[in-house]
Design a protein around this ligand. Sequence first.
Ligand code: BGC
Length: 893
Amino acid sequence: MGATSGTGGSGAGTDSNGSGGDAATALGLLTAVGLRCEYLTDPLGIDTPKPRLSWALDSKDRNQSQTAYQVVVAGSDGATVWDSGKVASAQQLHIPYGGPPLASGQRVSWTVRVWDRDGNVSEPSAEGAWEMGLLSKGDWKGKWIAGSTALVDPPAPAPFLRKTVALPTAVESARIYVAAAGYYELYVNGQKISDQVLAPGYTRFDRRVLYVTHDVTAALEQGTNAIGLVLGNGFFNQTAPTDWGFESAPWRATPRALVQAQITFTDGTSQTIVSDDTWHVATGPILYDQVRSGETYDARLEKTSWAAAEYDEDASWTPALTVPAPAGVLSARMFPPAKVTQTLPAKTVKSPKAGTYVFDFGQNLAGWVRLSLSGAAGTSLTLRYGERLSADGTIDQAIIKTGNKGRFETDNYLMKGQGTEVWEPRFEYNGFQYVEISGLPVAPSLDAVVARAVNTAFDSVGEFRSSNALFGKIFEATRWSYRANFQSIPTDCPHREKNGWMADAHLGAEQAMFTYDNAAGYTKWIRDISDEMQASGALPGIVPTDGWGYSWGNGPAWDSAYFVVPYYLYLYYGDKQILMASYDKLKSYVDYLDSKDYFSANPSGWLGDWVYPGDTTPEAVTHAGYHVFDAKLVSMVAGWLGKTDDAAKYGKMADDVKSRFQQKFFDASTGQVSTGSQTALATALYQNLVDGADRTKVLSALAAKVGAKGNHLDTGCLGTKYLPWALTDGGRADLFYEIANKTDYPSWGNWFEKGATTLWEDWQGDNSLNHIFLGDITAWFFRALAGINPDVDAPGFANIIIRPEVVGNLTSSHGETKTLRGPVLSEWTLTTDLTLNVTIPPNTTATVHVPAMSQTNVTADGAAFVRSEPGRQIYKIGSGSYQFVVKGGPSAP
Ligand code: BGC
């Protein structure tokens, strides 16, 4: 705590108005916890010049709030680098570092003191830290290295690269920065550094390449040390042809890396070690690696201890090739690494034919398998991954292979023949529930193979449960599909495409705001979208792209991920900066969209609602919805930036499109919209394309349409996002409950009748069985059933709207989510009475819409009554836990 007490002293010195006084004697009950820098906990390698700081608040008190804060940032010597002084402000999120420019590699620690509602100051928080990355190109002193430059198919075997270095004295601290195009694994003195996999992550490599900062202090020692690297092709050198043309990506080249070790010794001296042609390279056991196709590993070719200092290089080691840098700028990986996040045993193993064994993990997932098997040297095992079985019990890859030519999701392992061999691939991932192994001379045991789930390793922050068992299944399946489909980018599916389809990303994002701590992952991908925008404003539909998708465009329902996802970060995390920083590009896109007369003719390839079971919806209906949303968002951001002309201009654009929509598609006499499909009607409501009394008419038309389908949904990927809210916001959560509770086709429940463990791409189950884009029903669980909603007028959960829907035969519901400010909980049970428990963090308020006919039925301990609405009694609460009891339940008079 030396640094902390040092900064505490200087903090007290700058406590200009005298309130609070010495931290040591402070009585403040409010404390700052969970310090974040750019959404991350104690990150290494931050390359934003003014990182943004946030903290949660903790207090046992009710109605506790922050009236002021003081951030103190200290250097590694304990000296104060920046002291914000006491700032009279409730702000606890995204406070930009305000001190002098931080240097490359500079490490700082920070604490925050907060003043509560009564002016009591807290102790300094537990210390947080962050460290700057390498901020300019000139900081990188080494050369990019590779094992080969041959662009061949199949690709050259994976290079193993090594360098020994003599360190004269004891190490005080050491970092290794690794930038890589393709995948890398880093080793020091024989040990793999970090449990990350598939690093550093996927970007459009000719625009941006990621680097990672590793703390290797504990791995290095005085004397001779070795640094090793293994490189994989990843998305950088995809040789296997696909429909999306990645084999001819403009960035394509052999995998390469740039390495820089920065070592400080205990005597104060330092040393820099970089990648160059003094490194040595050889090939090893990885003969083939393709992210979509799989890996070939010949265990007989392993070079035991190749990464250890004392390893004796044979003649196969030659100087590493120095190669051109990828064209993209180097950016720090400021989001969690991919990891193996779960290991699953097989449920069954069957032998559908002689010598072939199929393991079933009982769960669809993304990742790979790990083998523990023995056999004679040279025994060649073939592993095929898949999510379906053929009638004969072998794996059927036909559907997930669509768009991929040649080898697909197949590993080949050649045994070395020495006892039990434990192996897993490392430069691929697969979507699968089953793996089929052939080539084994004897039947394997059930525990010979385990599944390894792989995804960007963000924390889980949300839980939902209720008395409805089906909803529990949908919630779990959504979690699996979401994780499988976040692999440093949001994807459509983990097998067939692995593409950053933009609609899939925004359609899956809102539920993720409740369930996973992934703001940093989205922040990264939004920048990837920025990297892709053409001068005309056009976007490609998949991000990253190799160029595929621009010539026809996929239209605003896909492109608007660039608006919708940052809007969610604003709404759920209070983050305005991404929208403001993207302002010019947001405008370019809306201007581009506005220049297309899609009302007259749908531009080729512009996608609309997709995978709907029955009634069609003209694409222009959903295009107009996003056009209005996007234009309004630009108008709002223009307002923040003080650009009043733009605010007016884009506000008018939104109004004009809305009028045009109404003229073309809306019949005010009947409330019908376009073809009268559920999607068309829901679009008009969800995207606010009709107002006032017209909304009531559209709602009736929609309810009638749902009724005509026997209370089934008839919506595709877009309409399925709108339908819950079109009904719920109109007071018909009861009707959506009926839809959500179905188990016959088309419904979510029907998937589980057919054995689903993840969400599917369509209602029939004819395509991918692991898609996220029909998964926003999970947001409905949190927002409507548990009733936890952000407030657009006080974003980032500064105010929380608690509005549970007590519907259908539901007797209980429980939702909780850890927001940036702290945990929010809303749970209710219905017996004769309705009991609603709500907990919200310090420095937040909630408006609680208690389902009750009359205020006299409600006991609301400590909550302030605000007003009545039909069927709702509305209260205001400050932080803490509150219980509301509605005598006789919500419908008691
Ligand atoms: C993907 C979708 C994607 C779509 C575009 C499909 O092949 O899997 O999820 O959004 O193409 O319509």
